[in-house]
Design a protein around this ligand. Structure first.
Ligand code: 3PG
Length: 214
């Protein structure tokens, strides 16, 4: 089993985390194909739909994607996500119960934290990486840069309201491990079965991410 630190490092190498909302678990296979073909074998499948656990299972079973669960709000959802094969668990906010259940399972917890108080609480829970969510309306890249002054060792995965136009601004910050977002996996394109567009948007996002690395 991959350690939480290894998973965090792998997300850092990917630089991008597609945040996926799947209405039908049958779309998981073609979506995974599109992400892999686009050069980004990573997904955060959100528990916003009933299809989440089945979709995670289908994508994790392939063995060629770094699979996580998103919008995880309860310990019971942590159990479902881990049983389905998720190797990281993302939450919009910071929940002690969720973080502790992740620790019980030995999976990486990535809770949301955008204020100094929330970041400090995450540190107290033993976490070194947080999701900065919703990034766009929480001060964006300048807010993360400001938080790195007192929290020099904390790593951030900004997500929410980010797109191709401001991706570079976030990736430029050393403390930013990766950037999350749904812009390369639009829900309506997935629902329409338009995986060619998902593949193209993914490849474009990967190219943008690489360009920033110089
Ligand atoms: C999330 O939960 O991480 C967000 O819904 C993703 O944000 P975006 O849709 O604005 O990219």
């Amino acid at each position: 089993m991959t350690s939480p630190a290894d998973v965090a490092a792998a997300l850092g190498r990917a630089r991008l985390v597609p945040v996926v909302v799947l209405d039908d678990a049958a779309d998981a296979g073609p979506l995974a194909d599109a992400l892999v073909a686009g050069g980004l074998p990573v997904a955060e499948v959100t528990f916003r739909t009933a299809a989440a656990a089945d979709a995670i299972r289908a994508m994790a079973d392939r063995g060629d994607l770094l699979l996580g669960a998103g919008t995880v709000l309860t310990p019971a959802q942590v159990d479902q996500a881990v049983a389905a094969g998720a190797s990281y668990v993302v939450s919009p906010g910071l929940s002690r119960a969720v973080v502790e259940r992740c620790a019980d399972h030995g999976v990486l917890a990535l809770p949301g934290a955008v204020t100094a108080t929330e970041v400090q609480a995450a540190l107290e829970f033993g976490l070194g990486t947080v999701k900065f969510f919703p990034a766009g309306t929480s001060g964006g890249a300048p807010a993360i840069a400001a938080l790195t002054a007192p929290f020099a060792d904390v790593r951030f995965i900004p997500t929410g309201g980010i797109g191709p136009a401001d991706l570079a601004e976030y990736l430029r910050i050393d403390a930013v491990v990766a950037v999350g977002g749904s812009w390369m996996v639009p829900r309506d394109r997935i629902r329409a079965g338009d995986f060619a567009t998902v593949r193209r948007l993914t490849a474009e996002a990967v190219a943008l991410g690489r360009a920033d690395q110089g």
